[in-house]
Design a protein around this ligand. Structure first.
Ligand code: DQA
Length: 138
């Protein structure tokens, strides 16, 4: 099984950014832990601060990979284009968020992506990504 994790804008700063909300672990360290934990899965990771690069990556892998786990960061709340990219490919996509967006500012309560994703995992810290992997393993 091959899964791609896509992280959107500012998620390259995990471990340094707003630690009280997002924790103090870098994604690279967490990703290495996931790879160790799931040796049977080909786990790939892509991060970009650019909407177009995220769309291009979804197009590139979205007709062959077994699943995409996406945390589109702030683009979640703004991007019709990423939503259309997800809707346009055949690989199942799970939306994740580290923080509980529903317990935060109102502008974070709306996701343009949720309706075209298989499901949404929100608010479990970095563990949200692992829970998404568990979905694909079922
Ligand atoms: C986030 C929540 C978004 O509202 C925010 O813009 C992020 C991170 C999360 O994982 O909690 O960048 O997607």
């Amino acid at each position: 099984m091959a899964l791609l994790i896509i992280n959107g804008p500012n998620l390259n700063l995990l471990g340094k950014r707003e630690k009280s909300i997002y924790g103090d672990q870098s994604f690279d360290v967490y990703f290495a832990e996931l790879q160790q934990r799931y040796p049977g899965i080909t786990l790939q990771y892509f991060q970009s601060n650019s909407e177009s690069e995220i769309i291009n990556k979804i197009h590139e892998v979205g007709f062959e990979i077994d699943g995409i786990i996406i945390n589109a960061g702030a683009f979640t709340h703004t991007s019709v284009a990423i939503r259309d990219a997800i809707a346009g490919v055949t690989s199942p996509v799970v939306e994740v968020h580290i923080s509980n967006v529903h317990a935060r500012e109102e502008f974070r309560h709306k996701s343009f992506l949720s309706a075209v994703c298989k499901g949404v995992i929100v608010g479990f810290g970095l563990d949200s990504y692992r829970l998404a992997i568990e979905y694909f393993l079922k």
